[in-house]
Design a protein around this ligand. Sequence first.
Ligand code: HXC
Length: 517
Amino acid sequence: MAEGQQNPLERLAAMKEKAQQGGGAERMEAQRAKGKLSARERIDLLLDPGSFEELGMLVTHRSNLFGLDKKHFLGDGVVTGYGTVQGRLVYVFSQDFTVLGGSLAEAHAEKICRVMDLALDNGAPVIGLNDSGGARIQEGVVSLGGYADIFHRNVQASGVVPQISAILGPCAGGAVYSPALTDFILMTEGTSYMFVTGPNVVKTVTHEDVTAEELGGARTHATKSGVAHLTAPHEVAAIDRIKELLGYLPQNCEETPVSQPYEDGDEARPGLDTIIPENAQQPYDVRDIVKELVDGGDFMELQSDYAANIVVGFGRMGGRSIGVVANQPSVLAGVLDIGASTKAARFVRTCDAFNVPLLVLEDVPGFLPGTDQEWNGIITNGAKLLYAFSEATVPRITVITRKAYGGAYDVMNSKHIGADLNFAWPTAEIAVMGAKGAAEIIFRKDIAAAQDPSAKLAEKEAEYAELFAHPYRAAARGYVDEVIVPSNTRSRLLRGFAMLENKAVRRPRRKHGNMPL
Ligand code: HXC
């Protein structure tokens, strides 16, 4: 070796060390001061120890504009590769905010596209650890093209492999649209933001004064927009939640989720016999029922603070992953509105795409009336839920615990739209509407003509309730398969889902349905 020439192994080691430094120690310290980890530390937390195989560590950007010729960062601001989580293969990319704000341009995008292509070819989930200022401004249209390349792959991978996005820093512009095309978005509280345009642009265009946190912090997206499925107080908790989520999902749409070992035990749940209040107008928390029904009471709720009048999330029954959709009587009486319909529709489609059977708990007084709902499109949005259930081919079981009124009876996974089993508790009321409302409409003239209109109303209400405020008319028609004792619900569900385990539905060939979006 000539004098001054570096030994090849030393040269490689030096390059690797440089790549690991990202944007440098000072920038990293600034990130740490905000409570953030480095891109590599995040990967280390996510993957099984020693399983990470990096790809493209030595890639650099190709632009010389705006001084970029003097700033070359090995890896171009994103760490990409594959590894395992609890022994199962996943592909991962982790953006490094210390390198040009984690901004995305040609090389950075190519690295992400590469792992997405591998994930699609090999049928394994893609996990994006996002921390990016969006399109790299210095690289112009090349950055926009890079985003579009990723968006296109997000869509090609949609419904084929699970895609999970963790938002771990300020994500702007294109950095929010790729996550929006994935299956799940998780945000850290206080350190992550998502917005298409930041507070400064908002101020210029709409003259609104808003902080980054108010505009697009975790709380905002968990409560107001519904963009975030999950939030976590810090990055370690966030990454734990990703692992938990993966446990409910298969590797790809051709597989079923991995089952956990399960031994039959005492499946009676006596607490359920008294859980419905005697007064039908009184609320209860449906999550108490869900926890009685799923294995070990373990329920991973998604979007818990958004459209809380419906509850969605994952649990297990007999060791197998299931998706739960449940009306929540303790919020707005469990009514279906625009938010609840779109939230549940999205979840139903996610479960259906990834072979997760559905359990529906129904207690719904109907759709929410009013100008706000009508003018904002409850017709189209409510139809999304109807569409999602109707097209789902996974095993689907409904339990009507109390009210199943009006169109909501049809929508909430009725047998008419393809539910496989429909059970009702003796407290179920299955009718076009509640007895009082029904009596007021159909006996309006009788009531008006009566000497004592309120006594007449009470009499007609009781008449209607006697005829419809129970599950037996629906059971007589076979719309309800069986009226069951609540404490037996878990064992009935275990048997029902076991019976449906090999369900296979063939649909007629078409390009795709035309869901009302
Ligand atoms: C190049 C960027 C950058 C970007 C940040 N940086 N965003 N460099 N392109 N998009 C650089 C900064 O210049 C800075 O470099 C470093 O990253 C850290 O940024 P700060 O602003 O100091 O950080 P912070 O205060 O935490 O603010 C983060 C931020 C802000 C909110 C993300 O940087 C910001 O608003 N960036 C621009 C966001 C944006 O408008 N992106 C383009 C969107 S258009 P130095 O060297 O000074 O430390 C888009 C189109 C896609 O993405 C199409 C979608 C359909």
